[in-house]
Design a protein around this ligand. Structure first.
Ligand SMILES: Cc1cc2nc3c(=O)[nH]c(=O)nc-3n(C[C@H](O)[C@H](O)[C@H](O)COP(=O)(O)OP(=O)(O)OC[C@H]3O[C@@H](n4cnc5c(N)ncnc54)[C@H](O)[C@@H]3O)c2cc1C
Length: 425
């Protein structure tokens, strides 16, 4: 079966690898010169099942309102006339109830847990090295009331099979002495020993190479302009290098997927939410933490990738602008330098910014849309690196008419997910 995958990020390239293994004749169309050059390039790198909580929660409207009055807020909404953001925002607000939060979090968790089994399997199959650290992740708190709420109250993720330990600052330092300077600021952490970190860009590049070794063709430097369809099928992908045809078409263009799907009348509720990361060189002379994590009260993440230490954060609603300037990193770096003063050479930053492909409810979108040969594997939001392998297996199984190993209820456009507005084929 001839299959075109649109988009060569971590989702598209992992899909290419899984489909090539299943015997598809795969072509990937990607506008950049190589794999993993956009959102999958320098993300925070956390493989974070214990971070699968949906963004839309009863707390979210309050966080949004407070952010409007705080110039250092991690969440920034740039005022502008943006109908895509308005439509998305209304759907997001509808998801901010306790019940919707529960449903959406459990849907994301299903994919994250399913994905966990494939990363070691793929690494063993291919022998790829991507600075994979498997010492767990810390989810840290500096606000006692917030920590009490998550550590003493019922924990949805723990109740549903995620191993979570509640640690004091001293217990954190015993696991990783690099956290010593954090004492006095952090009041405690949730520790998930089965989470980890790894370089998504290297993984994506290696998936592309291994897919190629199994016969996949990479059409780099090729920009998709539109799709062409008849009443029941996609007929071709129209690019700046001409038309490409296949039996099946998989859309994995991250935050850009809706711009392509709308050319054949499929509106996808995915909004680009910008985030920033900066890499710094580190070596044995530095006290670099080997346990990645997130400060949940200021929303700054960190991780070690070989000889680089990375910090990142922020959620900026500003459309498709991926620009950045050093001052955008000030709050993130002030936080990170205070926690890890000697973790790296702070004088040599490599800055980066890109947009998360966020759905209003949180889970990605799988399955067909409107046309029988138009497949979606897109909208992975803040956690697409964690979900990439499981997502590829699920969509590959659906394409082969095999029942996916996990329940896909709520993960396709079927049923009432977006009030029936985006029917599956
Ligand atoms: C700051 C930040 C930190 C993050 N941290 C984490 C983390 O710690 N853990 C985690 O699991 N996830 C994290 N994420 C989320 C994760 O990076 C994304 O969910 C994931 O990279 C999405 O992968 P993708 O393949 O769908 O998108 P992309 O990587 O963006 O790939 C889409 C591809 O489609 C191509 N494309 C788009 N339009 C066209 C076109 N018209 N023609 C041809 N090609 C096109 C693009 O060039 C791109 O290569 C983070 C994201 C950000 C921004």
């Amino acid at each position: 079966m001839k299959t075109i995958i649109m988009g060569g990020g971590v989702v598209g390239m992992t899909m290419a690898y899984f489909l090539a293994k299943d015997g598809h004749e795969v072509t990937v169309i990607e506008r950049n010169e190589a794999a993993g050059r956009e959102t999958s390039f320098q993300n925070a790198g956390l493989i974070a099942t214990a971070h699968s909580s949906a963004w839309a929660s009863p707390r979210s409207p309050g966080i949004l309102i407070r952010s409007l009055f705080d110039k250092n807020a991690a969440l920034v909404v740039k005022p502008r006339i943006d109908f895509q953001m308005m439509g998305w925002g209304l759907k997001f607000l509808r998801e901010c109830t306790a019940e919707r939060f529960r449903v959406n979090t459990l849907r994301k968790l299903r994919i994250c847990k399913y994905s966990e089994q494939f990363m070691p399997e793929v690494a063993a199959e291919t022998g790829i090295e991507f600075h994979h650290l498997t010492k767990g992740l810390f989810y840290c708190f500096r606000d006692q009331a917030h920590f009490d709420e998550v550590s003493k109250g019922p924990n949805l993720l723990a109740e549903n099979g995620v191993e979570i330990q509640v640690l004091t600052p001293d217990e954190m330092i015993a696991l990783d002495p690099a956290f010593a300077p954090y004492k006095g600021t952090v009041v405690g952490a949730l520790y998930c020993p089965t989470d980890g970190s790894g370089d998504a860009r290297i993984f994506t590049e290696k998936m592309a190479e291994h897919a190629q070794a199994k016969g996949a063709k990479m059409e780099y430097n090729t920009a998709i302009k539109a799709l062409r369809a008849n009443a029941s099928e996609i007929e071709a992908v129209i690019t700046d290098k001409g038309e490409f045809t296949a039996d099946n078409y998989v859309l994995s263009c991250g935050a850009y997927s809706p711009l392509i799907s709308k050319t054949v009348g499929v509106p996808l509720p995915i909004y680009p939410v910008k985030g920033y990361t900066a890499d710094f060189p580190c070596d044995e002379g530095h006290d670099t933490p080997e346990i990645g994590g997130v400060d949940e009260d200021v929303l700054v993440a960190w991780g070690k990738f070989g000889d680089r230490f990375r910090v990142g954060g922020k959620a900026v609603f500003a459309g498709y602008d991926t620009g950045y300037k050093p001052s955008d990193f000030t709050a993130i770096l002030n936080t990170a330098k205070a926690i890890f003063p000697n973790s790296c050479d702070w004088t040599k930053p490599s800055y980066w910014a890109c947009v998360r492909p966020m759905t209003p409810d949180g889970p990605p979108i799988f399955g067909t849309a409107k046309y029988r040969n138009f497949w979606l594997n897109t909208g992975h939001g803040h956690i697409g690196w964690t979900m990439a392998c499981g997502s590829a297996r699920i969509v590959a199984d659906m394409m082969l008419d095999r029942k996916p190993a996990i329940d896909i209820e709520g993960l396709t456009l079927a049923g009432n997910r977006y009030a029936g507005a985006y029917p599956a084929a």
